[in-house]
Ligand binder design. Structure first.
Ligand SMILES: [Zn+2]
Ligand SMILES: [Zn+2]
Length: 309
C-alpha cells in the first residue's frame, strides 16, 4: 500500500503537539533552542497560510485520474510539467513575512535582501513560487546568482511559502483516489515523491512500516523493497545503522554505492502537515553523523528529464 493517507490535524491539536515535541527537544538539546524558536515562527506562518488556503477554492485542474495513473506508471510525479495556477496574491504576504522571520531568526541580512528583492519587484513573487512548485532549482539558483542573493535561502523561502498549497494539492489529487489512479499509487515504489518528485526528508517508521515523507508536500508512501531509496542498492553497500547504540529507534540508512543517506525514526504516528519539519529538526544529529562519514543527500531529480523518460 504505497501511498499512505495522513489525516490532516486541526490547528489547536497541531500546535499543542508541536509544543510538546519542541519542549522535549530542548530538554535534551538546549543548543537547538534558537533553531526551534525560528521553526516555531515559520511553522505558525505556514499553519496560518494553510488555514487560509483550506477556506479558499483550489484551482480547477483538468488532470483526469487515468492520465495521472499513466504518468505514475512511467515514473513521473503527477505535478511535474503541469501548468498549475498558484494563488500568488494569497501566498505573497506570508512569503514576505517568512523572510522577516528568517531575518530576525538568524539568517540576518541575507533574508532581508531577499525580502527587499521580492517587495521591490527585482524578483517577481509569482516566478519564485512557480519555480519552487515545479522544483526548478536551476531557475532559482541563477535568479539568486544574478541578484547577489543566497540561493539556498531563496530556495527555502519559496519552498516554505508553497508548501501548504502543494500539500493541499497532493491531498486533493490522491486522498480519494480510486480505480486506475489508486492502482498506480499502489505500484509506486520509487524513492522520490509520487506527487512532486522531491526526495523524502526522513522515513517515519510506525508499527514496522517504513513510510517515506516528502520534504516538500509531506506526502507519505511506503516502498515494498528495503533498498537505498536513491539508487535501489540492496547489497552489502546498503547499511542501516544507529549512530547512538542506546537509541536504536533513530537510524540512518547509508549507501556506499551512491553515497546517499536517509534518516529513519520510529514514531507512534506519522507527523501531520506541517509537523514533519519537527521530525527533521529532532534528528539533526543523524544528519551530522551521516555527513561526518561522507554521505550526503543527492540533488533534486530533474523533472524535465523524468518527463522525457
Ligand atoms: Zn512531494
Ligand atoms: Zn544508493
Amino acid at each position: 500500500m504505497p501511498y499512505v493517507p495522513v489525516s490532516p490535524g486541526i490547528r489547536p491539536d497541531l500546535l499543542h503537539s508541536a509544543e510538546d515535541r519542541w519542549r522535549a527537544i530542548v530538554e535534551t538539546r538546549p543548543d537547538l533552542a534558537p533553531a526551534i524558536e525560528l521553526q516555531r515562527g515559520l511553522l505558525t506562518l505556514v499553519l496560518d497560510l494553510s488555514g487560509a488556503l483550506e477556506q479558499g477554492r483550489m484551482p480547477r485542474l483538468s488532470l483526469p485520474p487515468k492520465y495521472l495513473a499513466a504518468k505514475l506508471a512511467r515514473g513521473v510525479p503527477v505535478i511535474a510539467g503541469e501548468p498549475i495556477p498558484l494563488p500568488v496574491p494569497t501566498l505573497t504576504p506570508p512569503l514576505l513575512q517568512m523572510c522577516e522571520t528568517l531575518a530576525t531568526g538568524g539568517a540576518g541580512e541575507a533574508a532581508t535582501h531577499i525580502r527587499e528583492a521580492l517587495a521591490g519587484g527585482a524578483i517577481e513573487p509569482g516566478s519564485l513560487l512557480t519555480a519552487s512548485l515545479t522544483r526548478d532549482q536551476n531557475v532559482i539558483r541563477s535568479g539568486a546568482f544574478h541578484r547577489g542573493l543566497s540561493p539556498d535561502l531563496l530556495w527555502l523561502v519559496g519552498e516554505l511559502a508553497v508548501s501548504p498549497f502543494v500539500h493541499l494539492l497532493q491531498r486533493t489529487l490522491f486522498a480519494n483516489a480510486s480505480g486506475e489512479l489508486a492502482a498506480a499509487l499502489d505500484q509506486w515504489h520509487r524513492g522520490y515523491c509520487p506527487a512532486c518528485g522531491s526526495w523524502p526528508a526522513v522515513a517515519e517508521v510506525v508499527g514496522g512500516h517504513r513510510t517515506l515523507r516528502c520534504s516538500f508536500c509531506s506526502s507519505a508512501w511506503e516502498r515494498t523493497a528495503y533498498s537505498c531509496i536513491y539508487c535501489d542498492e540492496t547489497g552489502d553497500k546498503f547499511v542501516t545503522a544507529a549512530p547512538d547504540p542506546e537509541r536504536k529507534d533513530r537510524r540512518i540508512e547509508v549507501c556506499a554505492n551512491c553515497s546517499g543517506y536517509l534518516k529513519a525514526i520510529d514514531l507512534r504516528e506519522l507527523s501531520p502537515f506541517p509537523l514533519l519539519s519537527i521530525t527533521d529538526i529532532e534528528t539533526t544529529d543523524l544528519d551530522m553523523a551521516a555527513m561526518e562519514h561522507g554521505y550526503g543527500r543527492p540533488a533534486m531529480k530533474d523533472m524535465k528529464a523524468l518527463r522525457k523518460g
